[in-house]
Ligand binder design. Structure first.
Ligand SMILES: Cc1cc2nc3c(=O)[nH]c(=O)nc-3n(C[C@H](O)[C@H](O)[C@H](O)COP(=O)(O)OP(=O)(O)OC[C@H]3O[C@@H](n4cnc5c(N)ncnc54)[C@H](O)[C@@H]3O)c2cc1C
Length: 394
């Protein structure tokens, strides 16, 4: 994993070209893509610009659809071993601590909470050794009918297929989709962290203008996130932690305690962007996957999950279709409607839950939802997005 192989120009010849791919980006989407290709007998080289492969950030949840994709990638069991059941969608509270809705402790938890690094490691450990090249930033892409060549520094690498999983600010998208609009700021910002808070069941607290989410990510640790509106991106405070405590310091236990327990330098601040729908995810033999294709607002907890689905669907199409071009057409036709609908839904959900007047309007309505209906809607097959079934890879 030292990147030295890049000094040679690698251009698999003839027929080998069609079972050899370059993956740009070693995040959850890129690793899932490489693993999916491995499952169907392809070879992949993952180019990651960071000098070391690791997932930064705090926590996340994965829903049943994403867990099924992980099963198909052959790592479902390992993922479940590091994830923690979370009832965040079931336990809905107000800042004074009252429950608008409450999960039944005996019900199966629909989601698993993960430390991001743990889920990333599960994927990384399943990738064949030698496939990953850190410190390799792709700066140019050119292609003819048969192959694509990517440039990293002074070196070039060719393959029959390039999967661009290089995130919301994708270089591949900028180069090959020059007319695509840049990421859209959604008028929302988030503070995130991990605190040593044992035994959290997971919950979501709706407040005026923002919500505080808690997912357990280990027996003794929990992920927290506060999402609220912001007039513009880039607003920063001398003390992000102090600013957040100004906003949620008088909320119910353990909200302030979790923020207090997070070291100031570990409090992460992210302005929320997404992508407007692209007319296609495919240009020749280059295909966009994950956030590069459909970065979405985090409000449905689906961004990484959709990238796992992308990886499985792409590999299944490659395995089943007569040509790579046919497979890319199938992938595009199958993935764009689902991912773009999920992204637009998340955009709307986020706008609703951080709109200042929404709290006063929404809380009385949510209190009136019959508990049985809420329970059904937050059960593992209660949400239509969660019901997705993967194609088989093996
Ligand atoms: C606040 C927040 C909360 C979220 N919560 C959830 C959640 O609960 N559940 C969920 O499923 N999703 C969640 N998401 C979404 C999720 O984080 C993303 O959808 C997911 O991480 C995208 O993975 P990716 O691999 O497509 O992109 P990235 O993780 O961005 O990875 C892209 C990789 O490509 C590399 N790269 C970039 N450019 C180049 C280049 N030119 N050459 C080589 N390498 C390059 C980068 O270094 C990076 O490693 C959340 C997002 C946010 C912002």
């Amino acid at each position: 994993m030292d990147g030295q192989g890049l000094r040679q120009r690698t251009a698999p010849a003839g027929g080998a070209m069609t079972s050899n791919a370059v993956v740009i980006g070693g995040g959850i989407g890129g690793l899932a893509a490489a693993l999916a290709l491995h499952r169907i007998g392809w070879h992949a080289t993952v180019l990651e610009r960071a000098p070391e492969l690791r997932e930064i950030g705090a926590g996340m949840s994965q829903a049943p659809n994403a867990l099924r994709a992980l099963d198909e990638l052959g790592v479902g069991e390992r993922a479940r071993a590091v994830g923690v059941p979370t009832y965040a969608t079931g336990n809905l509270r107000t800042p004074d601590g009252r429950y608008l809705q409450r999960a039944h402790p005996g019900d199966p938890a629909p989601l698993l909470g993960f430390h991001r690094a743990d889920l990333h490691r599960v994927l990384l450990e399943a990738i064949p050794s030698g496939w990953i090249r850190p410190g390799a930033e792709v700066t140019a892409i050119r292609q003819d009918k048969e192959s694509v060549t990517v440039r990293c520094g002074d070196d070039e690498l060719s393959a029959g297929l390039v999967i661009a999983a290089d995130g919301i600010r994708s270089t591949a998208r900028r180069l090959l989709w020059p007319d695509a609009p840049p990421p859209r700021f959604l008028g929302r910002t988030a503070w995130l962290g991990i605190s040593e808070t044992p035994g959290m069941p997971g919950s979501m607290t709706l407040g005026p203008g923002g919500y505080f989410l808690i997912h357990p990510v280990a027996r003794d640790r929990a992920y927290w996130a506060y999402v609220t509106s912001a007039d513009r991106p880039g607003i920063r405070y001398d003390s992000e932690k102090g600013e957040l405590l100004e906003r949620v310091g008088d909320w119910h236990d353990p909200v302030p305690a979790m923020v207090e327990a997070t070291a100031p330098e570990r409090v992460i601040r992210i302005d929320i962007h997404d992508l407007d729908p692209l007319p296609t995810y495919v240009k020749g033999r280059v295909v966009l996957l994950g956030d590069a294709a459909h970065a979405m607002s985090p409000d449905r907890g689906q961004g990484a999950g959709q990238s796992l689905e992308d990886a499985v669907v792409l590999a299944a199409a490659i395995a089943n279709e007569p040509t790579v071009d046919d497979a890319l057409r199938c992938y595009d036709a199958e993935r764009r409607p689902r991912t773009q609908a999920t992204a637009m839904g998340a955009r709307k959900d986020g706008a609703r839950s951080t709109f200042k007047g929404a709290y006063r309007l929404m809380t009385p309505m949510l209190r009136l939802v019959p508990a049985s209906l809420w329970r059904r809607g937050t059960s593992p097959d209660g949400n239509p997005t969660w019901r997705w079934q993967p194609p088989r890879l093996t």
